[in-house]
Design a protein. Sequence first.
Length: 41
Amino acid sequence: MITGDDAPSTNRLANKHARRRAERARNKMQSLADQADPPPF
């Protein structure tokens, strides 16, 4: 019972953390790309 209740919550937390980590990595890559190639204006 306890394990059955725990699995979904931990899985949801892991998914949320993975999504946040992926978003942060994508933002860092975007910022690095912007620094490497500044907009021409």
